[in-house]
Design a protein around this ligand. Structure first.
Ligand code: ZN
Length: 204
């Protein structure tokens, strides 16, 4: 086992993550920088927050790494419920006696959804979702307009492509490229272009 687990918390992608099975591809996009905040203003020494600078960081995983992935791994809860009615998830906080609310294989939850209070089909799942073997790592640049990337093919030639964005968003588990851009803009502010690492792997 190498590296830290890949943690997912993006709600738009949960149903996609839960649908993956052995042999499927998992793609994820992670920021390629860290923020270095100035502790004090170099001019007057005041402690007012100075706009942090972005410093490039190396990729976390490399091709061949076997990596655990999971849902909301920092949560104190081990089990979650995903509701097919409201498309939301909630920690499974029922006591042991309520285990009868789970099907025999433990995968289907038959109780009332804690979010929408309906009684729809719902899935119970452990936050540790499985392992992937990393097969591709490359860097992209994303802004509100699109995604571009340079990849070195076997001849070592660097090229740039703009027409793969929809495929790219779908592979990442989003329903559309608009959903992907909105999600990243909200989280990382794409009014200026930002660099990200793309990791692709196969569920093992
Ligand atoms: Zn629900």
């Amino acid at each position: 086992m190498k590296g830290k687990p890949l943690n997912f918390t993006c709600k738009e992608k949960l149903s996609h993550l839960l649908s993956l099975k052995k042999g499927d591809e998992l793609q994820t996009i992670r920021k390629a920088w860290k923020e270095i905040g100035a502790l004090e203003c170099p001019d007057c020494g005041c402690k007012d927050i100075v706009t942090p600078t972005l410093k490039e960081k190396p990729p976390k995983y490399k091709v061949g790494d076997i990596v655990d992935y999971g849902w909301d791994l920092k949560s104190k809860y081990e089990w979650f419920i995903y509701c097919y009615n409201c498309k939301k998830s909630a920690p499974y906080t029922y006591s042991e006696i309520d285990l009868k609310l789970l099907s025999n294989d433990g995968k289907t939850f038959r109780g009332v959804c804690p979010v929408c209070k309906e009684l729809p089909p719902a899935l119970s799942f452990n936050k540790n979702l499985g392992k992937i073997k990393i097969t591709e790592v490359f860097k992209i640049e994303m802004d509100k307009e699109g995604v571009s990337y340079h990849r070195n093919d076997e001849s070592g030639i660097s090229f740039k492509e703009y027409d793969f964005i929809k495929d790219f968003a779908i592979r990442d588990g989003f329903n559309s490229k608009e959903e992907m851009f909105n999600c990243f803009d909200k989280k990382y502010d794409l009014s200026t272009p930002k660099e990200f690492y793309v990791y692709r792997g196969i569920i093992t």
